[in-house]
Write a protein that binds this ligand. Sequence first.
Ligand code: F6R
Length: 286
Amino acid sequence: MDVIIQSAGAGRAAQAVADFIAQALTDKPNLVLGLATGSTMESVYEQLVRKHQKEGLDFSRCRTFNLDEYVGLPAEDPCSYHDFMRQRLFDKVNIDPRNTHLPDGMASDLNAECARYERLIAASGGIDLQVLGIGLNGHIGFNEPSSAFESRTRVQLLSQVTLDQNAPFFPKPKRVPRTAITMGVGTILEARRCLLLAIGPEKANIVAQAIEGPLTRMVTASALQLHSSCTFVLDGPAAAQLQKSGSYQHGIPGQSARTSLLSPVGTQLSSSASPRASLRSSPDTP
Ligand code: F6R
């Protein structure tokens, strides 16, 4: 796992992630891109939209798979992740809507929908680059504490921490759905490359647990330690509780994060992460 600390600020950290996605898309126009929602991602998507408008970044052949969607919210609901993605990215770039995928939280058979989503990812050749945020309880996607590292796309009951974290995005906190469909930890670990962005002091403690703590199902982001090609991009406050911060890469203001800090895209996208062998030998894996 690589760790990059962008002390120049949250905007710079988000820019590093947007630069990396843009380069991956340029190198592989039919990139299979895994996407996240949440406040952390908003500035990443703003920058991707800017790159499309000002620099002609082309999404026409890109295929996307989002990590998760709430159960019980129609795609048209302004609180749904379908709507979040349309408003922040899809409606503002030249992506073909038919190439954008999120789980259907309104499916009559939710388990069948989860299986369909897994099949769709596999049929697309697997995810080349998975972008991630991290929840206050260490979740990736909606893989709440105690999720198995080998879990697949499924219906997940949301923890109280997550319900509280997401309540501000709903007009009435009581409207936050209690369940969501999420890619599993195992699904995420199969992406060829993972890129996690964390910003702000409230993430500092859980980021330190995910990077430097033990592998544990109680902090599902710690599973990323098993991935052969995963980078955490942090702003200074999110990195504040790392004990070994001297051994991580530090961003230089004004220098392109893509070229200076993140390892070359081409090699990463063609290599398979293949984390499952290490999963089997992990003593903490259920
Ligand atoms: C959302 C998702 C979540 C968020 C995480 C951080 O699709 O997968 O794991 O990335 O909850 O959310 P924010 O960025 O709002 O702090």
